[in-house]
Design a binder for this molecule. Sequence first.
Ligand code: PMP
Length: 414
Amino acid sequence: KKKKYLCPPGFNHFYKNPPQMVKGEMQYLFDDQGVKYLDFFAGVSVMNCGHCNPEIISAAIKQMETLQHTSIIYLTQNMVDLAERLAEVLPGNLTRSFFCCTGSEANETALTMAKLYTGKDQFIALNSGLHGRTYQTMSATEIPMWRSDDFLMPNFHFALSCAYSAGTLDEAAERSLESIEKIIESVGSDSIAALIAEPIQGNGGIITPPKWYFKKLKSILEKHGVLLIIDEVQTGFARTGKMFAIENYDVVPDIMTIAKALGNGMPISAASTTDEIGMKFNRPSASTLGGNPVCSATAMAVLDYIKENKLCERSEELGKMLKDGLLEIQVNHPDKIGQVRGIGLMLGMELASEDGSPLPELVDQVLEFALENGVIIGKNGRDRNVLAFQPPLVISKEDVRLVLSTLKLFFETN
Ligand code: PMP
Protein backbone atom coordinates (compact mmCIF):
# COMPACT_ATOMS: atom_id res chain seq x y z
CA LYS A 1 0.00 0.00 0.00
CA LYS A 2 2.86 2.33 0.85
CA LYS A 3 4.32 1.87 -2.64
CA LYS A 4 0.94 2.54 -4.26
CA TYR A 5 -0.22 5.58 -2.31
CA LEU A 6 2.81 7.46 -0.95
CA CYS A 7 4.63 10.18 -2.80
CA PRO A 8 7.48 10.17 -3.69
CA PRO A 9 7.24 6.60 -5.04
CA GLY A 10 10.85 5.86 -4.12
CA PHE A 11 10.42 7.01 -0.53
CA ASN A 12 12.91 5.02 1.53
CA HIS A 13 12.92 4.16 5.22
CA PHE A 14 16.01 3.21 7.18
CA TYR A 15 16.68 -0.59 7.27
CA LYS A 16 16.18 -3.46 4.81
CA ASN A 17 13.06 -4.61 6.65
CA PRO A 18 11.89 -1.48 8.43
CA PRO A 19 10.12 -2.27 11.72
CA GLN A 20 6.70 -0.69 12.02
CA MET A 21 6.71 1.38 15.19
CA VAL A 22 3.45 1.37 17.08
CA LYS A 23 4.27 2.68 20.55
CA GLY A 24 6.70 4.99 22.31
CA GLU A 25 7.64 5.26 25.98
CA MET A 26 10.30 7.85 26.90
CA GLN A 27 13.58 6.52 25.37
CA TYR A 28 11.95 3.35 24.03
CA LEU A 29 10.03 2.45 20.88
CA PHE A 30 8.00 -0.72 20.30
CA ASP A 31 7.21 -2.32 16.93
CA ASP A 32 4.08 -4.18 15.86
CA GLN A 33 5.73 -7.49 16.86
CA GLY A 34 6.17 -6.23 20.43
CA VAL A 35 9.96 -5.80 20.08
CA LYS A 36 11.38 -3.04 22.29
CA TYR A 37 14.10 -0.70 20.99
CA LEU A 38 16.29 1.86 22.71
CA ASP A 39 15.91 4.94 20.50
CA PHE A 40 19.15 6.86 19.95
CA PHE A 41 17.85 9.15 17.19
CA ALA A 42 14.73 10.63 18.83
CA GLY A 43 12.84 11.08 15.55
CA VAL A 44 15.76 13.23 14.32
CA SER A 45 16.37 15.29 17.45
CA VAL A 46 12.69 15.90 18.17
CA MET A 47 11.76 13.80 21.21
CA ASN A 48 14.23 15.43 23.62
CA CYS A 49 11.84 14.89 26.54
CA GLY A 50 11.05 11.29 25.54
CA HIS A 51 8.27 9.58 23.62
CA CYS A 52 4.75 10.10 24.97
CA ASN A 53 6.17 11.81 28.05
CA PRO A 54 3.14 11.71 30.41
CA GLU A 55 3.75 15.20 31.85
CA ILE A 56 3.90 16.74 28.40
CA ILE A 57 1.03 14.91 26.75
CA SER A 58 -1.23 15.63 29.71
CA ALA A 59 -0.70 19.39 29.10
CA ALA A 60 -1.58 18.84 25.42
CA ILE A 61 -4.66 16.73 26.18
CA LYS A 62 -5.94 19.20 28.79
CA GLN A 63 -5.65 22.03 26.29
CA MET A 64 -7.22 19.93 23.52
CA GLU A 65 -10.26 19.42 25.71
CA THR A 66 -10.56 23.17 26.35
CA LEU A 67 -9.69 25.11 23.19
CA GLN A 68 -7.88 23.69 20.17
CA HIS A 69 -7.66 26.37 17.53
CA THR A 70 -8.74 29.90 16.74
CA SER A 71 -5.89 31.19 14.50
CA ILE A 72 -4.10 34.38 15.48
CA ILE A 73 -6.92 36.56 14.24
CA TYR A 74 -8.45 35.95 17.71
CA LEU A 75 -6.64 36.65 20.93
CA THR A 76 -5.58 33.60 22.96
CA GLN A 77 -3.34 33.41 26.00
CA ASN A 78 -1.00 30.48 25.33
CA MET A 79 0.86 31.90 22.36
CA VAL A 80 1.65 35.10 24.23
CA ASP A 81 2.68 33.19 27.36
CA LEU A 82 4.93 30.94 25.28
CA ALA A 83 6.54 33.97 23.58
CA GLU A 84 7.27 35.40 27.04
CA ARG A 85 8.68 32.09 28.28
CA LEU A 86 10.90 31.86 25.20
CA ALA A 87 12.17 35.40 25.69
CA GLU A 88 13.40 34.23 29.13
CA VAL A 89 15.44 31.32 27.74
CA LEU A 90 16.55 32.64 24.33
CA PRO A 91 20.04 34.15 24.32
CA GLY A 92 20.60 37.89 24.64
CA ASN A 93 17.95 40.25 23.41
CA LEU A 94 15.97 37.83 21.23
CA THR A 95 12.61 38.67 22.70
CA ARG A 96 10.17 38.65 19.78
CA SER A 97 8.85 35.44 18.26
CA PHE A 98 6.79 34.62 15.18
CA PHE A 99 5.12 31.21 15.48
CA CYS A 100 4.64 28.67 12.74
CA CYS A 101 4.62 24.87 12.44
CA THR A 102 7.83 23.49 10.93
CA GLY A 103 11.54 24.18 10.81
CA SER A 104 11.32 25.08 7.13
CA GLU A 105 8.60 27.60 7.82
CA ALA A 106 10.59 29.18 10.67
CA ASN A 107 13.66 29.55 8.43
CA GLU A 108 11.50 30.90 5.61
CA THR A 109 10.26 33.55 8.06
CA ALA A 110 13.79 34.34 9.25
CA LEU A 111 14.98 34.94 5.68
CA THR A 112 12.03 37.21 5.00
CA MET A 113 12.63 39.07 8.27
CA ALA A 114 16.24 39.67 7.25
CA LYS A 115 15.18 41.05 3.85
CA LEU A 116 12.58 43.34 5.39
CA TYR A 117 15.03 44.69 7.95
CA THR A 118 18.02 45.19 5.66
CA GLY A 119 16.31 45.95 2.36
CA LYS A 120 18.79 43.50 0.75
CA ASP A 121 18.10 40.16 -0.96
CA GLN A 122 21.28 38.08 -1.20
CA PHE A 123 22.23 35.37 1.31
CA ILE A 124 25.22 33.32 2.32
CA ALA A 125 24.73 29.71 3.42
CA LEU A 126 27.25 27.00 4.16
CA ASN A 127 28.20 23.81 2.35
CA SER A 128 26.69 20.72 4.02
CA GLY A 129 23.89 22.83 5.48
CA LEU A 130 20.20 21.92 5.49
CA HIS A 131 17.51 24.49 6.23
CA GLY A 132 14.27 23.06 4.88
CA ARG A 133 12.10 22.14 1.95
CA THR A 134 10.28 25.35 1.07
CA TYR A 135 11.51 27.36 -1.91
CA GLN A 136 13.84 29.75 -0.06
CA THR A 137 15.01 27.21 2.52
CA MET A 138 15.71 24.51 -0.08
CA SER A 139 17.66 27.15 -1.99
CA ALA A 140 19.66 27.73 1.22
CA THR A 141 20.31 23.98 1.53
CA GLU A 142 23.54 22.76 -0.02
CA ILE A 143 23.36 19.01 0.60
CA PRO A 144 22.60 17.71 -2.92
CA MET A 145 20.22 14.93 -1.82
CA TRP A 146 17.88 17.49 -0.18
CA ARG A 147 17.71 19.83 -3.16
CA SER A 148 14.76 18.14 -4.83
CA ASP A 149 13.97 21.07 -7.14
CA ASP A 150 16.13 21.77 -10.22
CA PHE A 151 15.08 25.41 -10.38
CA LEU A 152 16.12 26.92 -7.06
CA MET A 153 16.75 30.56 -6.23
CA PRO A 154 20.02 32.12 -7.44
CA ASN A 155 20.43 34.53 -4.51
CA PHE A 156 22.09 31.99 -2.17
CA HIS A 157 25.88 31.85 -2.18
CA PHE A 158 27.61 28.89 -0.60
CA ALA A 159 30.74 29.18 1.51
CA LEU A 160 32.90 26.41 2.94
CA SER A 161 31.69 24.85 6.18
CA CYS A 162 34.02 23.58 8.90
CA ALA A 163 34.07 20.08 7.37
CA TYR A 164 37.57 18.75 6.75
CA SER A 165 39.27 15.50 5.86
CA ALA A 166 42.90 16.64 6.08
CA GLY A 167 44.64 19.13 8.35
CA THR A 168 42.97 20.43 11.50
CA LEU A 169 39.56 21.72 12.52
CA ASP A 170 41.02 25.17 13.20
CA GLU A 171 42.43 25.31 9.67
CA ALA A 172 39.08 24.26 8.22
CA ALA A 173 37.33 26.97 10.25
CA GLU A 174 39.81 29.60 9.01
CA ARG A 175 39.18 28.44 5.42
CA SER A 176 35.44 28.74 6.01
CA LEU A 177 35.74 32.33 7.25
CA GLU A 178 38.01 33.22 4.34
CA SER A 179 35.49 31.88 1.85
CA ILE A 180 32.71 33.86 3.56
CA GLU A 181 34.78 37.04 3.30
CA LYS A 182 35.44 36.29 -0.38
CA ILE A 183 31.70 36.02 -1.07
CA ILE A 184 31.03 39.28 0.77
CA GLU A 185 33.70 40.91 -1.36
CA SER A 186 32.46 39.55 -4.68
CA VAL A 187 28.69 39.87 -4.11
CA GLY A 188 29.00 43.12 -2.17
CA SER A 189 27.96 43.86 1.41
CA ASP A 190 25.33 46.27 0.12
CA SER A 191 23.46 43.29 -1.39
CA ILE A 192 23.84 40.62 1.30
CA ALA A 193 21.06 40.53 3.89
CA ALA A 194 22.25 37.66 6.07
CA LEU A 195 24.24 34.50 6.55
CA ILE A 196 22.27 31.47 7.66
CA ALA A 197 23.99 28.61 9.49
CA GLU A 198 23.36 25.71 11.84
CA PRO A 199 25.59 25.93 14.95
CA ILE A 200 26.32 22.22 14.46
CA GLN A 201 25.40 20.87 11.04
CA GLY A 202 23.07 17.96 11.71
CA ASN A 203 22.25 16.45 8.34
CA GLY A 204 25.70 17.44 7.13
CA GLY A 205 27.17 14.90 9.58
CA ILE A 206 27.38 16.62 13.00
CA ILE A 207 29.96 19.08 11.70
CA THR A 208 31.06 21.02 14.76
CA PRO A 209 32.95 24.31 14.44
CA PRO A 210 35.69 25.12 16.97
CA LYS A 211 34.84 27.27 20.01
CA TRP A 212 36.15 30.54 18.51
CA TYR A 213 34.42 30.24 15.13
CA PHE A 214 31.07 31.99 15.60
CA LYS A 215 32.53 34.98 17.51
CA LYS A 216 34.91 35.66 14.66
CA LEU A 217 32.17 35.06 12.11
CA LYS A 218 29.80 37.46 13.89
CA SER A 219 32.42 40.20 13.96
CA ILE A 220 33.10 39.78 10.22
CA LEU A 221 29.37 39.98 9.48
CA GLU A 222 28.87 43.02 11.73
CA LYS A 223 31.70 44.83 9.96
CA HIS A 224 29.78 44.42 6.70
CA GLY A 225 26.24 44.99 7.98
CA VAL A 226 25.24 41.36 7.33
CA LEU A 227 22.84 39.67 9.79
CA LEU A 228 23.49 36.28 11.36
CA ILE A 229 20.59 33.80 11.29
CA ILE A 230 21.22 30.75 13.46
CA ASP A 231 19.14 27.67 12.66
CA GLU A 232 18.65 25.81 15.97
CA VAL A 233 15.96 23.54 14.52
CA GLN A 234 17.98 20.40 15.22
CA THR A 235 20.32 21.63 17.95
CA GLY A 236 17.95 23.41 20.34
CA PHE A 237 16.39 22.56 23.68
CA ALA A 238 19.16 21.10 25.84
CA ARG A 239 20.55 18.80 23.15
CA THR A 240 24.11 20.14 23.48
CA GLY A 241 24.27 20.70 27.24
CA LYS A 242 22.95 24.26 26.82
CA MET A 243 19.42 25.31 26.00
CA PHE A 244 20.69 26.33 22.54
CA ALA A 245 23.87 25.14 20.81
CA ILE A 246 24.99 28.66 19.91
CA GLU A 247 25.40 29.33 23.66
CA ASN A 248 28.39 26.98 23.54
CA TYR A 249 29.94 29.63 21.28
CA ASP A 250 28.97 32.61 23.40
CA VAL A 251 27.36 34.46 20.51
CA VAL A 252 23.93 36.06 20.18
CA PRO A 253 22.59 35.86 16.62
CA ASP A 254 20.30 38.49 15.09
CA ILE A 255 17.61 35.95 14.29
CA MET A 256 17.26 32.42 15.60
CA THR A 257 14.94 29.64 14.45
CA ILE A 258 13.59 26.86 16.63
CA ALA A 259 11.33 23.87 15.91
CA LYS A 260 11.50 20.08 16.38
CA ALA A 261 12.15 19.58 20.15
CA LEU A 262 10.16 22.73 21.04
CA GLY A 263 6.99 20.69 20.54
CA ASN A 264 8.42 17.26 21.48
CA GLY A 265 6.44 15.77 18.59
CA MET A 266 3.78 18.48 18.20
CA PRO A 267 4.21 20.81 15.21
CA ILE A 268 5.39 24.16 16.45
CA SER A 269 8.29 26.39 15.41
CA ALA A 270 9.35 30.00 15.66
CA ALA A 271 11.64 32.63 14.25
CA SER A 272 12.82 34.78 17.14
CA THR A 273 14.58 38.10 16.91
CA THR A 274 15.36 41.42 18.56
CA ASP A 275 12.90 44.21 19.14
CA GLU A 276 14.60 46.28 16.45
CA ILE A 277 14.43 43.64 13.71
CA GLY A 278 11.02 42.39 14.86
CA MET A 279 9.49 45.85 14.62
CA LYS A 280 10.44 46.02 10.94
CA PHE A 281 8.50 42.85 10.23
CA ASN A 282 5.43 45.02 10.04
CA ARG A 283 3.50 43.55 7.15
CA PRO A 284 0.59 41.17 7.68
CA SER A 285 1.81 37.58 7.96
CA ALA A 286 0.20 34.64 9.68
CA SER A 287 0.53 30.88 9.81
CA THR A 288 -2.97 29.46 10.28
CA LEU A 289 -1.97 26.75 12.75
CA GLY A 290 1.21 28.44 14.01
CA GLY A 291 1.41 28.68 17.80
CA ASN A 292 -2.07 27.27 18.28
CA PRO A 293 -3.22 26.81 21.90
CA VAL A 294 -2.49 23.06 21.99
CA CYS A 295 1.03 23.27 20.53
CA SER A 296 1.84 26.31 22.67
CA ALA A 297 0.68 24.54 25.85
CA THR A 298 2.82 21.54 24.85
CA ALA A 299 5.86 23.75 24.26
CA MET A 300 5.47 25.36 27.69
CA ALA A 301 5.32 21.89 29.24
CA VAL A 302 8.53 21.07 27.34
CA LEU A 303 10.26 24.14 28.81
CA ASP A 304 9.09 23.13 32.31
CA TYR A 305 10.23 19.56 31.85
CA ILE A 306 13.70 20.55 30.61
CA LYS A 307 14.21 22.81 33.63
CA GLU A 308 12.72 20.56 36.31
CA ASN A 309 14.58 17.50 35.09
CA LYS A 310 17.87 19.34 34.46
CA LEU A 311 18.11 18.05 30.89
CA CYS A 312 20.97 20.43 30.00
CA GLU A 313 23.13 18.96 32.75
CA ARG A 314 22.05 15.45 31.83
CA SER A 315 22.89 15.99 28.18
CA GLU A 316 26.33 17.34 29.08
CA GLU A 317 27.15 14.50 31.49
CA LEU A 318 25.83 11.60 29.41
CA GLY A 319 27.18 13.19 26.22
CA LYS A 320 30.66 13.18 27.73
CA MET A 321 30.31 9.56 28.75
CA LEU A 322 29.11 8.60 25.26
CA LYS A 323 31.81 10.62 23.49
CA ASP A 324 34.59 9.13 25.64
CA GLY A 325 33.27 5.66 24.82
CA LEU A 326 33.06 6.40 21.09
CA LEU A 327 36.61 7.75 21.09
CA GLU A 328 37.80 4.58 22.81
CA ILE A 329 36.22 2.47 20.07
CA GLN A 330 37.68 4.76 17.40
CA VAL A 331 41.24 4.30 18.71
CA ASN A 332 40.93 0.54 18.24
CA HIS A 333 39.53 0.74 14.69
CA PRO A 334 41.31 3.55 12.80
CA ASP A 335 40.83 1.64 9.53
CA LYS A 336 37.05 2.11 9.72
CA ILE A 337 36.36 5.05 12.01
CA GLY A 338 37.30 8.65 11.23
CA GLN A 339 36.29 11.66 13.29
CA VAL A 340 34.06 11.56 16.35
CA ARG A 341 32.31 14.97 16.52
CA GLY A 342 29.68 16.90 18.39
CA ILE A 343 28.69 18.41 21.72
CA GLY A 344 26.47 16.98 24.46
CA LEU A 345 24.04 14.40 23.13
CA MET A 346 24.49 15.44 19.51
CA LEU A 347 27.34 13.21 18.46
CA GLY A 348 28.51 11.77 15.17
CA MET A 349 30.96 9.01 14.32
CA GLU A 350 32.27 9.16 10.80
CA LEU A 351 32.99 5.84 9.13
CA ALA A 352 35.81 6.15 6.65
CA SER A 353 38.84 4.16 5.61
CA GLU A 354 42.30 5.39 6.54
CA ASP A 355 42.66 7.29 3.26
CA GLY A 356 39.48 9.20 4.16
CA SER A 357 37.09 7.51 1.71
CA PRO A 358 33.58 7.36 3.15
CA LEU A 359 32.04 4.01 4.12
CA PRO A 360 28.26 4.47 3.82
CA GLU A 361 27.61 0.71 3.40
CA LEU A 362 29.35 0.06 6.70
CA VAL A 363 27.07 2.64 8.34
CA ASP A 364 24.08 0.66 7.06
CA GLN A 365 25.60 -2.55 8.42
CA VAL A 366 26.02 -0.94 11.86
CA LEU A 367 22.42 0.28 11.77
CA GLU A 368 21.13 -3.23 10.92
CA PHE A 369 23.30 -4.87 13.58
CA ALA A 370 22.21 -2.37 16.23
CA LEU A 371 18.55 -2.86 15.30
CA GLU A 372 18.93 -6.63 15.73
CA ASN A 373 20.32 -5.86 19.18
CA GLY A 374 17.43 -3.57 20.08
CA VAL A 375 19.15 -0.23 19.46
CA ILE A 376 18.17 2.47 16.98
CA ILE A 377 21.06 4.63 15.77
CA GLY A 378 20.70 7.43 13.22
CA LYS A 379 22.75 8.26 10.16
CA ASN A 380 23.54 11.44 8.30
CA GLY A 381 26.40 13.20 6.49
CA ARG A 382 26.84 14.50 2.98
CA ASP A 383 28.09 11.02 2.02
CA ARG A 384 25.67 9.23 4.40
CA ASN A 385 28.66 7.82 6.25
CA VAL A 386 28.13 9.26 9.73
CA LEU A 387 26.52 7.38 12.61
CA ALA A 388 24.34 9.86 14.48
CA PHE A 389 23.70 9.68 18.22
CA GLN A 390 20.88 12.09 19.16
CA PRO A 391 18.79 10.22 21.76
CA PRO A 392 15.98 11.53 23.93
CA LEU A 393 17.75 13.38 26.76
CA VAL A 394 16.02 11.20 29.34
CA ILE A 395 18.32 8.23 28.70
CA SER A 396 20.32 6.66 31.53
CA LYS A 397 23.96 5.66 31.93
CA GLU A 398 22.83 2.08 31.41
CA ASP A 399 21.46 3.05 27.99
CA VAL A 400 24.78 4.66 27.02
CA ARG A 401 26.59 1.48 28.10
CA LEU A 402 24.27 -0.65 25.95
CA VAL A 403 24.91 1.46 22.84
CA LEU A 404 28.66 1.41 23.41
CA SER A 405 28.79 -2.34 23.99
CA THR A 406 26.69 -2.95 20.86
CA LEU A 407 29.06 -0.83 18.77
CA LYS A 408 32.11 -2.46 20.30
CA LEU A 409 30.75 -5.90 19.47
CA PHE A 410 30.06 -4.83 15.88
CA PHE A 411 33.54 -3.47 15.26
CA GLU A 412 35.21 -6.46 16.96
CA THR A 413 33.30 -8.97 14.85
CA ASN A 414 33.12 -7.18 11.47
N1 PMP B 1 16.78 23.07 9.71
C1 PMP B 1 17.46 22.01 10.17
C2 PMP B 1 18.81 22.23 10.78
C3 PMP B 1 16.92 20.73 10.08
O1 PMP B 1 17.62 19.68 10.54
C4 PMP B 1 15.65 20.57 9.48
C5 PMP B 1 14.99 19.21 9.33
N2 PMP B 1 15.76 18.11 9.48
C6 PMP B 1 14.97 21.71 9.03
C7 PMP B 1 15.56 22.94 9.16
C8 PMP B 1 13.60 21.60 8.40
O2 PMP B 1 12.67 21.32 9.39
P1 PMP B 1 11.22 20.74 9.01
O3 PMP B 1 11.43 19.36 8.48
O4 PMP B 1 10.49 20.77 10.33
O5 PMP B 1 10.62 21.66 8.02
